[in-house]
Design a protein around this ligand. Structure first.
Ligand code: BGC
Length: 371
């Protein structure tokens, strides 16, 4: 059993310690009685525009239907107002349990409160819902660990322990309204900051926060590839057009990595020659294809099937009034309540491991990836 400290996923969200791998049972949620045979589960997802949420939604529906539940799934086009009104409609139409992946973790308190008043249990999916009392459970991957894995990958690949440097790196943060993004940057920064302090790492653009809490300054709103591409283009034009070497880019996820890679392509960087290391997360299809083409060095894979299966198990345990399994010691303080959490472990995937990890496991077919 591995014990380690895990940091906060958002400003208000704090988790002290996690014992990953160990599960404990949590008392059943107090709710109105649910008939598992006819229960309807409301699922609210952020957007169809980013690949992973399509996979999440589809798998969650499949997992819940396999357990005999009816589902209603809605995507909110990355618009918080739309997400609030979709959830409110689900509450009014009396769904039995809600599973919500918030766009902005901080604005759902009123609608979650109205779910609570009607005795509808709420599970926060992947992203924590902050400042709301009625959040019963949270299921996610260890966000801090995601960033740590990205940082450690860069340290190893650049050889920062043995090489003197300086190495040029450009840092990107996730969407400023996403509580997970703080965890990703916090994890990466915990690994990389000592190398900035001793001068082994430098950022020619100067876009480096004073500490981990300043990550929003380099955040890309809405996790949009096009915005990351234009930011990368600006940095390349302003700081690298004189031939300055770029060794690495810390990208917190694949949608940003895709935009960054498009900017590198457009600027004439060549894989295998002067292409920098680029990190990512999610194992999105386009990014895995880029990994095989040496345009992306790694991705942190969070198997959305495991997340969906775990959320479905939580739903089932709540509906049947059973103890709900959570990770021992994992409780996120969302500002008003400590939310019992089930945490999954993310995994690094590099190009050579794609066939074994992503194809043999059935996440993609070989044909999907052009293999
Ligand atoms: C998720 C990431 C994803 C990002 C953009 C985050 O909250 O945890 O897996 O890349 O949102 O969709």
């Amino acid at each position: 059993m591995k014990r380690r400290d895990v940091l906060r996923t958002g400003a208000a969200a704090a988790l002290s310690t996690v014992l990953l791998g160990a599960c404990v049972a949590e008392r059943p949620t107090q709710s109105r009685s649910i008939d598992p045979g006819s229960a309807v589960i409301g699922i609210s997802m952020p957007t169809k525009a980013l690949e992973r949420w399509n996979r999440d939604g589809a798998h969650l529906v499949e997992a819940l239907q396999a357990l005999g539940y009816e589902t209603t799934l809605q995507y909110a086009d990355n618009k918080t107002d739309q997400q609030i009104s979709q959830i409110q409609n689900m509450v009014t139409s009396a769904v039995d349990i809600l599973v919500i992946a918030p766009i902005d973790g901080t604005v759902l308190a009123p609608v979650v409160q109205s779910a609570k008043e009607r005795g509808i249990p709420v599970i926060a999916y992947d992203r924590l819902i902050e400042g709301a009392e009625g959040v019963d459970y949270y299921v996610s991957f260890d966000n801090f660990r995601v960033g740590e894995l990205q940082g450690q990958f860069l340290v190893e690949q650049l050889g920062l322990e043995s090489e003197a440097g300086p190495f040029a790196i450009e840092l990107f943060g996730g969407s400023p309204d996403d509580p997970n993004a703080a965890g990703f940057f916090g994890g990466a920064w915990s690994v990389l900051s000592p190398y900035f302090e001793d001068g082994t790492l430098v950022s020619p653009s100067g876009k480096v926060p004073a500490d981990a809490s300043g990550w929003q300054q380099i955040g890309i709103l809405g996790w949009e590839s096009a915005k990351a591409q234009s930011e990368m283009q600006t940095r390349l034009n302003s700081f690298y057009s004189d031939g300055t070497t770029l060794n690495a880019v810390l990208s917190p996820n694949d949608s940003l990595a895709l935009g960054i890679e498009q900017a590198l392509d457009a600027r004439g960087f060549e894989p295998g020659k002067n292409w920098p290391l680029v990190t990512g997360q999610d194992a999105d299809k386009a990014n895995v294809i880029n990994m095989l083409a040496e345009k992306q060095s790694m991705t942190v894979w969070k198997d959305t099937r495991d997340l969906g299966d775990r959320a479905a198990t939580m739903v089932d345990q709540i509906a049947k009034g059973q103890d709900v399994e959570i990770t021992e010691g994992a409780e996120f303080d969302n500002g008003v309540t400590a939310v019992p959490t089930f945490m999954l472990d993310p995994l690094v995937v590099t190009a050579d491991a794609v066939p074994e990890l992503l194809v043999d496991s059935g996440f993609y077919t070989a044909a999907d990836l052009g293999l």
